[in-house]
Write a protein that binds this ligand. Structure first.
Ligand code: SAM
Length: 320
């Protein structure tokens, strides 16, 4: 088993698996241009891994890292046709926490079978509670399907959290409505600062809405108290008196690189130790445990120590 010793004492304990690098929404901060999308689709057909191969890689990584948590993501993981099979296979490996990040457009009918297959929790991306702003953010209609997906996921016993990327000039007016939506249903919600990724690599600053701006908005309605941050957590949390708990994932204002435990696997079999890294490491080339260990050490060396430095890769490709 690899201990992954490195100057900050970080270890990989969480694996994010991007099953597919396409999506049924076209969120302004994530989706790339149409040409690039066509290239992605072509690439997808050519090289995307079958479910059995993904499970083989996950098993090898788990053997080396003793993973505590595995999160399926994408692209949109609900578009991956063998999702149930992969979830069942991952759960059978004995990984404690099997989770998924999804836009929930297709979740209403899939929540129960996925729960049965071994899924424990879902993080659902919801950037607006008004149909008009939802369209501005995602370029698609269908907010009602997502809200139905959220209800069904909770009803079948999945733990549900909401994630909302907040962009200046586009959806900051949704912070309070989203918060009340979550509080009314007893759900945890996390607001995300925009990250300079993909086509926004050079322009994210103009849309940046900071953690302190989010907190100021929340404080217009609630008295809040900060909560203790768990090690390796992406979000810091606050308790809103007489309401509920909310979090902020502040990559820029409050970076969390120094105890990051995340490893990413993309849908072509490449691992990445850090969102800031564009350098894929093809784990399918490892034929011996020692080669895999060397690759994991390379991935660990990709980790930043201070903060996310930006990436030309979209989250849709590397897996959010
Ligand atoms: N399709 C799924 C979904 O919508 O949740 C999973 C993939 S999506 C890339 C995963 C997460 O990445 C979402 O919560 C999304 O909001 C976040 N994300 C993508 N690009 C981002 C960016 N540039 N800055 C901040 N968050 C981003």
């Amino acid at each position: 088993m690899i201990t992954g010793a490195e100057p900050y004492g970080r270890r990989f304990r969480t694996l994010r698996v991007s099953l597919i690098n396409t999506c049924n929404l076209s969120c302004v901060y994530c989706a790339c241009g149409q040409d690039e999308m066509r290239d992605h689709l072509a690439l997808q057909k050519e090289k995307a891994l079958p479910a059995s191969e993904i499970l083989q890689i996950v098993e090898c990584l788990h053997g080396q890292l003793d993973l505590q948590s595995l999160r399926f993501t994408g692209g949109e993981p609900l578009l991956y046709k063998d999702l149930e099979f992969v979830v069942r296979g991952a759960a059978a490996l004995g990984i404690e926490d099997i989770a998924m990040t999804t836009n929930a457009v297709l979740l209403a009918h899939l929540a129960a079978p996925l729960k049965k297959a071994g899924l424990k929790s879902v993080n659902i991306s919801l950037d607006a509670i008004s149909e008009e702003t939802f369209f501005k953010m995602s370029k698609r209609r269908g907010l009602d399907k997502i809200l139905e997906g959220i209800e069904k996921a909770g009803a079948c016993g999945l733990e549900v959290k909401l994630n909302s990327v907040i962009m200046k000039g586009i959806n900051e007016d949704q912070v309070l409505p989203l918060l009340e939506y979550a509080f009314d249903r007893g759900l945890k919600i996390r607001f995300l600062e925009i990250m300079a990724m993909g086509h926004l690599h050079e322009q994210a600053e103009q849309y940046f809405f900071s953690r302190s701006e989010i907190l100021s908005l929340v404080e217009t309605r609630h008295r809040i108290t900060p909560l203790h941050r768990s090690p390796a957590a992406t979000a810091s949390y606050w308790q809103a008196q007489d309401a509920g708990v909310f979090g902020i994932i502040a990559n820029e204002s409050a970076p969390f690189c120094s105890d990051c435990d995340r490893l990413r696997l993309d849908s072509f079999g490449n691992i990445y130790g850090c969102l800031s890294s564009n350098n894929p490491i093809d784990v399918r080339k490892a034929t011996q445990p020692q080669e895999l260990n060397n690759m994991l050490a390379m991935a660990m060396a990709q980790k930043q120590t201070l903060k996310f430095t930006g990436s030309e890769l979209s989250m849709m490709h590397i897996g959010g």
